[in-house]
Design a protein around this ligand. Structure first.
Ligand code: ADP
Length: 450
């Protein structure tokens, strides 16, 4: 067992603060790293120590492995928490930390690599007994595309092997559209990832995005913490997430959860992970696994009472999981709204200075945000400035609370996506839980036309 006494948080914004809070609770010293643009950030102010690792662009600071390793050595940090994004799914980073005797709070580099390549991830999922979308066994080339597409059946989706953020993805509805879809997907993949390999899947028409939270101890024990429904997306970016999914009953939840937990046991997976599925007509289809903490993890924490960052730190230090599957109790319903510094209709980023900030409170309310009145949002990074998480005993109670809480939230000086959530919380389809992955885009197109 490697006791961890000082954690360097290799991230910024709300997630850096989120990780810092867990470290403080566990009595572990913290090191913040920051770019010159983030010297006044809340996580920097609250950390025990801080190190400036470079100028604003991420590649020179938050993605600069040398600087981060040097910051560990200067401060004597014995572990790194990568948060999400940046270096969180970078296997090379995990290897380098390992070579320096620094604990990476996450899975093994081998598991990051395995899941980072979409074709290997899908093959692994099949071997582990996880249901996948019907599709090609491996890479699709222009010369074998038609034969494979006929076997799968149209419509098909061409996806980049190295994919991420929905790039390099093309739908072919008919045989006529196939050749062009394959060639555009290949060139987009090459431009975005430096790798033109693509594969093919059956295109699902009206799926929901449902993902299962897992945590493993790296020694063959693993549990699931239920699912999250993240179907409300814009340009493949999640906007509103809920746990549990309004589409599943208890039996379905426990069944897919168990399949995922068993797969993680077989793999001897270490740390927190998320197995993402598309769900249509009662069936689950694996799309990918994220080998890190997700933005939307707090809704799982709300319905289970389990602190996922505590669990990550525990397993990284060899202390194992704090609970067994039987001890996990699901209670009530939680919704997360991602608050972005963006125009709520056009989604154009709105950096600037926050003049007033008032976070809502009361029973069942959590706000994860590093911003404050007077804080100047730098223009260099993701526009997520905070997350509002609301919990209720039932979905109806959760929605009632969310409506009240949104009215209390004040962020002045910049535009935010808060007004969008005020619209969504009053919408009948949302109230009924009746939406798929296309719902939000359709809604935005319809409401902006009027
Ligand atoms: P990325 O890593 O680029 O985000 P994913 O495989 O996670 O790619 O897919 C991103 C999104 O694309 C999904 O959330 C879903 O909205 C859509 N998608 C992916 N695969 C399919 C499919 N087979 N059928 C329909 N939609 C899909």
């Amino acid at each position: 067992m490697t006791a961890i006494s000082k954690i360097l948080i290799a991230n910024r914004g709300e997630i850096a603060l989120r990780v810092l809070r867990a470290c403080k609770e566990l009595g572990i010293a913290t090191v913040a790293v920051h770019s010159t643009a983030d010297a006044n950030a809340m996580h920097v102010r609250l950390a025990d120590e801080s190190v400036c690792i470079g100028p604003p662009p991420s590649r020179d600071s938050y993605l600069n492995i040398h600087q981060i390793v040097a910051a560990c050595e200067i401060t004597g940090a014995d572990a790194v928490h990568p948060g999400y994004g940046f270096l969180s799914e970078n296997a090379k980073f995990a290897d380098i930390l390992d070579a320096h005797g620094i604990t990476f709070i996450g899975p093994t580099a081998e598991h990051i690599r395995l899941m980072g390549d979409k074709i290997t991830a899908k093959k692994t999922a099949v071997e582990l007994g996880i249901p996948v979308v019907p599709g090609s066994d491996g890479e699709v080339l222009p010369e074998n595309a038609l034969e494979i597409a006929r076997q799968i059946g149209f419509p098909v989706l061409i996806k980049a092997t190295a994919g991420g953020g929905g790039r390099g993805m093309k739908v072919a509805k008919t045989e006529e559209e196939l050749e062009e879809a394959v060639s555009t997907a290949r060139s987009e993949a090459l431009a975005a990832f430096g790798n033109d390999a693509v594969y093919m899947e059956k295109y699902l028409g009206k799926p929901r995005h449902i993902e299962v939270q897992v945590v493993g101890d790296g020694a063959g024990n693993a549990i699931h913490l239920g699912e999250r429904d993240c179907s409300l997306q814009r340009r493949h970016q999640k906007v509103w997430e809920e746990a549990n999914s309004p589409a599943l009953n208890v039996e379905q939840r426990m069944k897919i959860g168990q399949i995922c937990a068993d797969a993680m046991k077989k793999m001897k997976y270490r740390g927190a992970g998320t197995i993402e599925f598309l769900y249509e007509n009662g069936e689950f289809f694996f799309i990918e696994m994220n080998t890190r903490l997700q933005v939307e993890h707090p809704i799982t924490e709300a319905i289970t009472g389990i602190d996922l960052v505590h669990e990550q730190i525990r397993v990284a230090s060899g202390a194992g999981l704090s609970v067994t599957q039987d001890q996990v109790v699901f209670s009530g319903h939680a919704i997360e709204c991602r608050i972005n510094a963006e125009d709520p209709r056009t989604f154009v980023p709105s950096p600037g200075t926050i003049t007033h900030f008032h976070a809502p409170g009361g029973l069942g309310v959590r706000v994860d945000s590093g911003v404050y009145a007077g804080y100047k949002i730098p223009p260099y990074y993701d526009s997520l400035i905070g997350k509002l998480i609301v919990h209720g005993r039932t979905r109806v109670e959760c929605m009632m609370r969310l409506r009240r809480v949104l009215d209390e939230f004040v962020v002045d000086g910049i535009k935010t996506t808060l007004p969008l959530f005020q619209d969504l919380v009053s919408n009948q389809d949302i109230a009924n839980g009746d939406y798929d992955i296309h719902w939000l885009e359709n809604y935005l197109a319809e409401t902006s036309a009027t």
